[in-house]
Design a protein around this ligand. Structure first.
Ligand code: PXP
Length: 242
């Protein structure tokens, strides 16, 4: 299971004073040294955390793949094609949301999304689509021609009762199985932490987890290295290997 560490919220703290520290690139390098497989960051249109200039620094400063989360808008697509991260994850963006609240709207004929998938793919970037764990969304993602989907685990992570959690897990399983049968690579993420990651790890088609907030929050107490090691341990334990 690959682990991508999202360092957006290191930049959130930096932007609180519009300064240079804490530096998301330096913290990403620490996460890399602790053994994560990739670094994730989201260049939002409102630039509330990651800045355009951070992207080339990530590319230069990392020896592991960069996964750029982004909206399918021309300005950001242009930047992505210039920077050429290994992967781009297309996400919906709403100006007033605290974080990415749902999966992409994959209504047929979404020309903007189709155009973004094509342009990014032509630039040699592997495209993943962040979708709700629903069969219709998986089918629509496959029709758009992206080789990968990331299933939104927010509903599962926020479930308040055991039965609700079970229902969300079942949705994730069904969507992951369908994506696997359609030969899509499958990632999952949003709201995952060391306490809830186990059942997601056991969904066989899921090969990558992208986790940000819980790791960065834990890193404030124990440091990035330890926070990544703890997540790695929880993932191993989830797989039944401790
Ligand atoms: N995957 C995607 C597509 C996201 O948008 C986010 C949030 O930026 C994450 C994973 C990570 O979510 P969290 O910060 O809740 O771990």
């Amino acid at each position: 299971m690959r682990l991508g560490v999202n360092v957006d919220h290191v930049a959130t703290v930096r932007q609180a004073r519009l300064g240079k520290v804490p530096d998301p690139v330096r913290l990403a390098q620490e996460a890399q040294r602790a053994g994560c497989d990739g670094i994730v960051c989201h260049l939002r249109e409102d630039r509330r955390h990651i800045q355009t200039g951070d992207l080339s620094r990530f590319k230069r400063g990392l020896g592991i793949p960069l996964n750029l989360e982004m909206a399918a808008v021309p300005e950001i697509v242009r930047i992505a094609c210039r920077i050429r991260p290994a992967q781009a994850t297309l996400v919906p963006e709403r100006r007033r949301e605290l974080t990415t609240e749902g999966g992409l709207n994959l209504k047929r004929g979404n020309r903007r999304l189709l155009e973004a998938v094509r342009r990014l793919t032509r630039a040699g970037i592997r495209v993943s689509l962040f979708i709700d764990p629903a069969p219709a969304a998986v089918l629509a993602a496959a029709a758009l021609g992206a080789p990968m989907v990331e299933l939104h685990t927010g509903g599962y992570a926020e479930a308040r009762t055991a039965s609700d959690r079970k229902r969300h897990l079942e949705r994730l399983r069904t969507a992951a199985d369908l994506a696997g049968r359609l030969n899509l690579a499958v990632a999952a993420g949003h709201g995952l932490d060391t306490g809830n990651v186990g059942p997601v790890v056991r969904i066989a088609p899921v090969e990558e987890l992208n986790i940000g907030f819980s790791i960065v929050a834990r890193a404030l107490t124990v440091g990035m290295r330890q926070a990544v090691l703890e997540m790695r341990r929880a993932i191993r334990k989830g797989k039944g290997r401790s």
